[in-house]
Design a protein around this ligand. Sequence first.
Ligand code: HEM
Length: 402
Amino acid sequence: APEVPDILSPEFAADPYAAYAAYRQDAPLLWHEPTQSYIVSRYEDVARVFKDPVFTTANYDWQLEPVHGRTILQLSGREHAVRRALVAPAFRGSELESRFLPVIERNSAELIDAFRRDGRVDLVSQYSTHFPIRVIVDMLGLDRADHARFQKWYTSIIAFLGNLGQDPEVAAAGERTRVELAEYMIPIIRERRANLGDDLLSTLCSAEIDGTAMSDEDIKSFVSLLLAAGGETTDKAISAVFANLLTHPEQLDAVRKDRDLIPRAFAETLRFTPPVHMIMRQPAEDVEIAGGTIEAGRTVTALIGAANRDPDRYAHPDTFDVFRDDLTAANAFSAAADHLAFALGRHFCVGALLAKTEVEVGVNQLLDAMPDVRLAEGHVPSEKGLFTRGPAELLLEFTPSA
Ligand code: HEM
């Protein structure tokens, strides 16, 4: 087998991007013993894994089910299409803006108000880790007084997903979270059915297509998925946009002056430093890919982080460039995705537009509150994480404002 850094090695954790180049070049189809999966890394192959229905999500039965219960990620075919159609309308552009923009603006502003007089902040622990979760809690019409509990559940779900069944304590904590969240949510869902309001939970309670509706259990699992899929990812995305801009000051300057560039900066961040670096699938039959064969029932790990820097797809792929002309913000948040950060095909991220709205609001408000924002003296941003990855911390300084 070719010599490439193992995805579980410290070398890989320190700089996955260098390793990705070696994978694309020397080992486009690589068997990985510890995770019992084949790894693919070229843009073309990763895109195919998402688009070709031979690659099923059966792996989510063990990756997600113990912590979330049954979600749309585990479903396929018509069942998936119907279940997805029940939830999707609430996340479309016009509906999103009219119902949820005030909630997004308020949550961002509250977090910023807590540090704007300090002149310094860790954007990760004081802002981005809290912002998307609080938005989801408000969108659903749940109790803001329970933020700390949601934050704890969220943290333990994320730990479960990154654990891949390795540490039994982390696995057990994840399963306990499923039970706790059900105990919390099921009575609220029952009550909401009796008293529908104009929140997202009410929408989920009353959604119906051809006689199919969501059960209490379905809604509970979807809420659990929203915490993970909508929290962890957007959290990493916002701090990554800032880290990328702050380490490219001339681009930060351009964005500060022309806020219409924010969607471009976000799209390029999704390509350059995607929040989700790898996604697994399980082929239903033997498939030929990347010059070899993956046997039916084996797992394949698709490296989004590697595909997004494939020189066959992007010019100067290792350069962060808000102005690049081979990535358009117009496509970056739709299923026409120019990059693979939201996946492709049937499971393409339902929340892409919500994420875009959150990042636009967040970056705008942060730039307004900290016009002279800079990296704290001596701070060099670094990333952490394997399946999901983002800035470990982001220490900023700025002139305090009232
Ligand atoms: C699916 C990434 C934000 C909800 C996905 C998938 C990816 C992804 C890669 C595909 C998973 C797979 O195919 O196995 C991201 C990124 C985000 C983001 C990078 C932020 C920058 C959100 C938000 C929400 C959300 C804000 C909602 C609150 C979902 C849901 C699915 C999904 C429900 C499952 C769709 C399906 O199975 O049909 N996301 N996501 N995501 N995402 Fe996101």
